[in-house]
Design a binder for this molecule. Sequence first.
Ligand SMILES: *[C@@H]1O[C@H](CO)[C@@H](O)[C@H](O)[C@H]1NC(C)=O
Ligand SMILES: *[C@@H]1O[C@H](CO)[C@@H](O)[C@H](O)[C@H]1NC(C)=O
Ligand SMILES: *[C@@H]1O[C@H](CO)[C@@H](O)[C@H](O)[C@H]1NC(C)=O
Ligand SMILES: *[C@@H]1O[C@H](CO)[C@@H](O)[C@H](O)[C@H]1NC(C)=O
Length: 603
Amino acid sequence: MNLMLLLVALLLKSAMPASGGSFEEEELYHNERNDLIQLRDSLSSAMSLHSNWTGPPCHNHRSRWLGITCFNSNVVGLALHGIQLTGSLPSTALQNVLQLASLNFSDNALHGNLPSLQGLVHLRAVSFARNRFSGSIPAEFVALPNLARLELQDNVLSGAVPPFDQRTMAVFNVSYNFLEGSIPNTSVMQGFPSTAFDHNTQLCGRPLAKPCPTAAAPPPPPSVSPVPPLGSAGGTFSPPATSSSSKTLRPWILVLVAIVTATIAFMVMFCFLYYSKRYSKKAKQTAHVPEKEAKSSESVTEPKKIVNLMFLDKKKATFDLDDLLSSSAEVIGKGLLGSTYKATLGSGAVVAVKRLKTMHGMSKKEFAHQMQLLGKLRHENLVDIISFHYSKEEKLVIYEYVRGESLFQLLHDNRGEARVPLKWAARLNIVQGIARGLAYLHQCMPSHRVPHGNLKSSNVLILHRSMNYYSKLTDYGFHHLLPSSHSHRLAIGKAPEFSHGKKLALKADVYCFGLVLLEVITGHAAGDGEEDLPGWVKLVVNNDWSTDILDLEIVAEKESHGDMLKLTEIALHCTELEPERRPTMSDVVRIIEEIRETSSGRR
Ligand SMILES: *[C@@H]1O[C@H](CO)[C@@H](O)[C@H](O)[C@H]1NC(C)=O
Ligand SMILES: *[C@@H]1O[C@H](CO)[C@@H](O)[C@H](O)[C@H]1NC(C)=O
Ligand SMILES: *[C@@H]1O[C@H](CO)[C@@H](O)[C@H](O)[C@H]1NC(C)=O
Ligand SMILES: *[C@@H]1O[C@H](CO)[C@@H](O)[C@H](O)[C@H]1NC(C)=O
């Protein structure tokens, strides 16, 4: 092998005169590098690929780029597993990295669709396992002639399993997704064990034990089929519905016993909280960044399930229910679904704890399933869910703590007093973040009719850091857990189709987003006294654009009136009475980005 490499190196040297190789070769390398740079720029990571992936990717058979292996001056391997990558991959990512043989993106927090990998005929090993990829498995994967390993487990993929039939395929895993339909009847697919397909609620047919419903027979009622836990590799969350081994059962009994005993302690703590901290005043600090501090550098091998608390990210499993109970806490919010507390743990870490009011009829399984799904979501514009607790009396959701104010406070607190006006640029920045977070939810939870369900200005937390404003959505994903008679308690209850008794869908979230936009533009809170904000704005704007609707704090920024009009138009579009006429969130994100680009161009 060494000799071979040496020969290859010599060959290359002689093939590359001073001018640097033939035009075609250069072109090829150029495209390859471009693809990698594009990839680099669409991802972010603690490891900072940005400063590392510079210069040429390959020096003969060596690479100075993190995670890249080269052979013959071509990139043949990309191993970027477990380095906390976030972002999404361009759909044509790596299409010019023609010699690529192995690709490993496992154990990150990537979202969006899988790239098609079209034309990468040398690919043998591909892993996207344990991320948050959504959408369907690209049909192009079926045409990769040398594929030997395909690992897609533990994502949020939906749609059907394509008919893979590569004889080369030796390892295949699509478990823990949201795939549906029957498993293709190809000899290759039929050759894998059921664990390769497990934990996809809607997937059926051999090798799974669950037969597909035939056209004649009525499909089995959904309540009969157990909802498998979404949980990750170890399946430590709850006993797998199909294969319950004694290994998973025993800790569960222990946990149940512990939950019962802990419940009593709970009641005491929360009574105490209620009465002792009623008047606690929040110190408003704008500067520092809390969410990263909470991340402890402690051992990664800790179990995910710490006494009574289910952790969604095992790296954050650094405290247990007792720690939480003995933390110092203060009430930071009260909403229709329950109260939220800020809890400072003994270790100094700070978390936000939401105590849900009784949700009648919600089973532990439903709750755990939903929390596991929500806990997998990671986006810079969403507040992360760290863990949760379920007992008959108490349902707690533990979030990352965001030090800052809600958009509601930022817009309406201290009006008239010594108030720092919220400039237009900041407002635009904030709504862009909200739109992105919501678009992400819509993309990642296609099986949910209303993925957020409770979008309003008090559920948008704002981090203010060196002139920039970062929005983080919270309180998302509860609609799914509430009986429909309780939906009016959520923000989506304001959507006109709700009062007409129609089924709510994604567009109800879009309506709520429109209301938040109007609130940001006009400075008027939707609801609370203000009868029909969209109607009022429409009336004023109808024939001739009028600045009368603008919040007094931004009227003076005349050069931005054009942008304010554009955003008002989006808001009115989002609050159309007919859900079908409202735009999708991805359209909205695009338009807001265009507005921001042109406005920063002017400055
Ligand atoms: C990139 O990171 C790797 C591993 O940390 C290091 O060996 C390499 O020198 C770095 N390359 C550059 C160009 O900084
Ligand atoms: C990807 O990396 C993981 C380690 O995070 C490893 O377990 C897995 O086998 C690798 N898969 C491939 C296809 O290289
Ligand atoms: C699957 O294919 C085999 C061979 O082509 C056939 O014998 C079998 O009946 C098929 N099974 C189903 C369920 O379609
Ligand atoms: C597939 O992945 C899941 C989750 O990591 C694992 O439990 C299962 O054993 C794997 N099955 C196969 C066939 O690799």
